[in-house]
Design a protein around this ligand. Structure first.
Ligand code: RNT
Ligand code: ZN
Length: 419
């Protein structure tokens, strides 16, 4: 888009917003501070580099589709992430899973992983102005089974406890190196396909395992625990349910991860924010798009995401909520999938930051509910898009749909040659 047109549209938008008491420059300054934690696993359908040909994805999650060009090694994954980064305004983080370590062609079992396997990633991240987050990996391993940290078999449980402890230490090294805490997420798939008569036992074991894992205090990483409703093949019971982790997080001061695909489809994840913020130190988000189940579709700018962003800004909690993405669509261009989802999330936060909240609250305080509803409706159509375009232009990234051509170019030159 032409610079003068962009400027004109922005000036008009700034005036419209000022009329309802919103300062667009202030909103943009806040948006610039919002770092998304980009999930590394959209680039390769959650395969990782533990085994040369990749292990079949297990643990109740599934990436569907067979679009050509997925990243096959660390170099390709890093190139893809840098391409994504070049198409996003703002500065962002990268979230790694343990199976994405640099194992140098050797098999390193999960209970043997060391910080040295991530030294390359740490150096690369520093060179490219990215901060790292981390995740332990319970799935896609011969010992994954249906139960890991909640397994009644002590050997299995100890194996996964050791793995998760080591992952915390790796996260600690990442945090230390980048001078900013590494957000360390624990999600385990533990559950049961059919009716179990041992719910209490499995949850007691999971609690015990977590207590053991967290027994070493660390300074440069932050522990997060992620609940889930159910996994494929594990439909009847999930050890790490929402009640379980919410209670654990509140009583142990741990960050609770809310994955937007891990709830009943009619449940509002947005409404959980102003409740959890009262009892938890911080919240981690896995922004996803569930279609009928936890399908991990590419995030788009829909009401769910807008509501979520609004509840965070209305609670003035941008500094207490970590925003990560979590989806894996193997049916479309994977780089494009990242850019669509990340930009949609940023757009949702921009709209939230542009909300005429003072005026809306004044109406509510005065009991003027017609005025409140009318302004909420009008706010939907205020020209936030001109503010978004200006943000992209100032950040030197493609404005509007121009990124489509960049993704196509990268596909032509790079990903389509991966055969
Ligand atoms: C699975 C969880 C989990 C994973 C990643 C790969 O349902 O959402 O966060 O998606 O760890
Ligand atoms: Zn998740």
């Amino acid at each position: 888009m032409k610079q003068d047109l962009l400027q004109k549209a922005f000036d008009i938008a700034a005036e419209r917003y000022a009329a309802v008491g919103v300062n667009v420059e202030r909103a943009l300054a806040q948006l610039k501070k919002l770092s998304l934690s980009l999930h590394c696993w959209q680039a390769d359908d959650v395969t990782g580099f533990e085994r040369p040909d990749g292990a079949p994805l297990s643990g109740g999650i599934q990436a569907t589709g067979n679009y050509p060009g997925k990243a096959r090694n660390i170099e390709e994954l890093q190139a893809d992430i840098l391409e994504v980064k070049s198409l996003l305004p703002g500065s962002h983080r990268l979230s790694l899973h343990e199976i994405y370590g640099d194992f140098n062609g050797r098999f390193v079992d999960r209970n043997r992983v060391e910080p040295e396997h991530f030294a390359g990633w740490i150096a690369w991240a520093a060179e490219n102005d990215l901060k790292l987050d981390f995740n332990s990996t319970s799935f896609s391993h011969p010992r994954s089974g249906d139960l890991t940290l909640a397994s009644p078999d002590k050997g299995t449980r100890d194996f996964w406890i050791e793995h998760t402890k080591r992952c915390r230490l790796i996260a600690e090294e990442m945090g230390k190196a980048q001078g900013d805490p590494c957000i360390m997420n624990i999600w385990v798939h533990d559950g049961s396909k059919d009716i179990t008569v041992n719910r209490f036992l499995y949850r007691s074991l999971l609690k015990e395992s977590l207590d053991e894992i967290f027994s070493i205090p660390l300074d440069h990483e932050r522990d997060c625990i992620e609940a889930k409703l159910f996994g494929i093949g594990l439909e009847s019971f999930t050890a790490g349910s929402y009640d379980f982790y919410l209670a654990y997080g509140a009583s142990h001061r741990k960050i609770v991860t809310l994955d937007t695909g891990h709830f009943h489809l009619t449940e509002s994840v947005a409404d959980k924010i102003p409740a959890l913020l009262l009892f938890l130190p911080e919240i981690m988000l896995h922004v996803s798009r569930p279609i009928r189940w936890d399908s991990d579709h590419v995030v788009i700018l829909n009401d769910d995401i807008l509501d979520l962003a609004k509840e965070i800004t209305r609670a003035d909690a941008l500094d207490r909520v970590h925003v990560g993405l979590d989806y894996f669509d193997a049916s479309i261009n994977r780089i494009g999938a990242y850019v669509i989802g990340a930009r949609a999330t940023q757009k949702a936060f921009l709209q939230a930051l542009l909300e005429p909240i003072d005026l809306l609250r004044a109406h509510e305080t005065s009991g003027n509910y017609f005025e409140r509803l009318a302004l909420l409706e009008e706010a939907k159509a205020l020209p936030w898009n001109a503010v978004w375009d200006m943000f992209c232009a100032r950040e030197n990234v493609p404005v509007g749909e121009a990124f489509i051509a960049d993704v196509q170019r990268y596909e032509r030159d790079i990903t389509s040659r991966r055969i």
